[in-house]
Design a protein around this ligand. Structure first.
Ligand SMILES: [Zn+2]
Length: 498
């Protein structure tokens, strides 16, 4: 039995993977190390490499190979690999090169100007650039929609979460929108009666860095195949063989860099444990952005918000910064699960976070479907923040619709993945608790190995072998079920009074 067309495709994808490796390292270097004067030459080099990758992905012989491979005797994993190859090809050929070039130019211009317009609260200056970015995104969405036979916003969602549709997102977000504001009020009221002791800084950067690395090691991050560095916006980059995490340090607040690192370590372990024997093939890649976020949030929220994690952390903090009353495990856990409505998404706790996501989902859907204009965004934003979190954002564009980099850089359809990821993370822990009833006792003792073993078996080692639906079914016995997220929040934040 021979599979010549499939073999040729596999060889081409391995080659692409190597170019992507180089591209990812250059992006990491740009964010972490690059001196300012290197930026123009780097942008040119990246554009050249991206164009080359685009030519590889759209190489004409691929089309007939993809059809021929469909009739070859493939095993299940090869068939899954072929399904992913077809998707990559379809996305690469969907947009004319002229549109891709216009998109890249408009989003670089908008994002670049946004970097100074945001601190200046300059919505009027931002609007014309943003209108252009939005117009191009609508055209992109329409073209993808025509090919996929779906609505424009569905097509944008599908870029990040294959198979997910607007109706699916609504089905989980609409009930959430109904019960979340009440839950937030109850939790804030409950917590106002639980005083906390604030840690006293400063917390030297060198001690914070050592602490972050110790915690990453505790979480099983493999330092022989990855690193931790500093960048303005934390991210996980590199490639599965060499994973690059970043964080940022604030001498007055060690918890935000530490928990940011725990979040990225979840992304990092997923990448480091993708199936090795398929490495370089699409079937070995992470399943989707919601599944990726389910891993970072399983680490940061499910595990990081557990009393067992605070207890394990407490002695490490005393070693890093000297003993403090604030590092007592109970106090530490209260600090790490503090709920407070705020204007900024990236600083939000796990209870208020979905409100930020629902707001963005509703607005970006209306923008892409042509039901709202760029100029309508501040008013929609203010109304949503008022209903969801009881906050007023009138005139405050900086901490309102201008706070995120996503829209200025042309990313529409990504935001829902954060909350879908939080829901999947709650679902994974519910399944894990069901399978291992002594889970909480183990976590209380600082033993996290059961969590890592489960994630490895059910998620990491599966790569893109299954669709997201099948992956969820196999891992937890059901497709996405938001009831687990609600149960998790109520159990953690509103337990029956002791
Ligand atoms: Zn993340």
């Amino acid at each position: 039995l021979t599979t010549p067309a499939y073999d040729a495709l596999a060889a081409a994808h391995l080659q692409q993977h190597r170019f992507e490796h180089v591209l990812n390292m250059l992006h990491w270097d740009q964010a972490v190390n690059m001196p300012a004067a290197g930026s123009e030459a780097r942008a040119a080099a990246l554009t050249e490499l991206e164009a080359h990758l685009h030519r590889l992905r759209t190489d004409p012989p691929r089309s007939s190979q993809l059809s021929a491979a469909l009739t070859e005797p493939l095993d299940d994993e090869q068939a899954a690999n072929l399904r992913e190859m077809r998707r990559i090809r379809q996305l690469a050929t969907a947009l004319p090169e002229a549109l891709v070039a216009r998109r890249s130019l408009a989003s670089s211009r908008c994002e670049h100007a946004w970097r100074t317009q945001r601190p200046a609260n300059d919505w009027a200056g931002f609007l014309p650039n943003f209108e252009e970015v939005l117009e191009i995104a609508r055209e992109e969405a329409q073209r993808l929609a025509d090919i996929g036979g779906v609505s424009p916003y569905d097509a944008m969602l599908d870029l990040y979460e294959p198979g997910m549709r607007t109706a699916d997102v609504r089905q989980v977000f609409e009930p959430l929108r109904a019960w979340l504001p009440g839950l937030i009020r109850e939790v804030v009221e409950r917590q106002s009666q639980e005083p906390t002791i604030a840690p006293r800084g400063p917390f030297p950067v060198s001690a914070q860095r050592r602490l972050c690395e110790r915690v990453m090691a505790l979480l099983g991050f493999d330092f022989s195949a990855g690193r931790l560095d500093v960048s303005t916006h934390p991210f996980t980059g590199g490639s599965p063989e060499d994973v690059r995490l970043t964080t940022r340090f604030d001498e007055d607040d060690f918890l935000s860099s530490l928990m940011g690192t725990v979040h990225e370590a979840g992304h990092g372990r997923y990448e480091q444990n993708l199936p090795r024997h398929w490495l370089g093939q699409p079937v070995a890649a992470a399943r989707s952005m919601a599944i990726h976020e389910s891993q970072s949030l399983a680490f940061e929220m499910q595990l990081g918000g557990h009393p067992g994690f605070a207890a394990r952390l407490a002695p490490l903090l005393a070693e890093a910064f000297g003993p403090q009353e604030a590092f007592e495990p109970g106090n530490l856990h209260r600090l790490m699960t503090r709920v407070r409505p705020s204007l900024i998404r990236v600083e939000a706790d796990e209870v208020t976070y979905p409100a930020h996501v629902i707001l963005r989902f509703e607005i970006e859907r209306a923008l892409i479907e042509g039901e709202a204009k760029a100029a309508d965004v501040p008013e929609l934003w203010n109304l949503g923040m008022r209903d969801l979190l009881g906050l007023d954002t009138r005139g405050n564009y900086r901490d309102g619709p201008m706070q995120d980099v996503h829209w200025p850089s042309g990313l529409f359809g990504y935001f829902p993945c954060y909350s879908l990821g939080a829901m999947y993370a709650a679902q994974w822990f519910a399944a894990l608790r069901h399978a291992q009833p002594d889970l909480d006792e183990k976590l209380a003792k600082g033993d996290f190995s059961t969590v890592f073993q489960w994630m490895d078996d059910k998620i990491w080692s599966q790569g893109s072998r299954w669709t997201t639906r099948e992956l969820a079914l196999r891992a937890s016995g059901e497709v996405l079920n938001p009831a687990h997220f609600e149960a998790h929040l109520r159990q953690r934040y509103l337990p029956a009074l002791r």
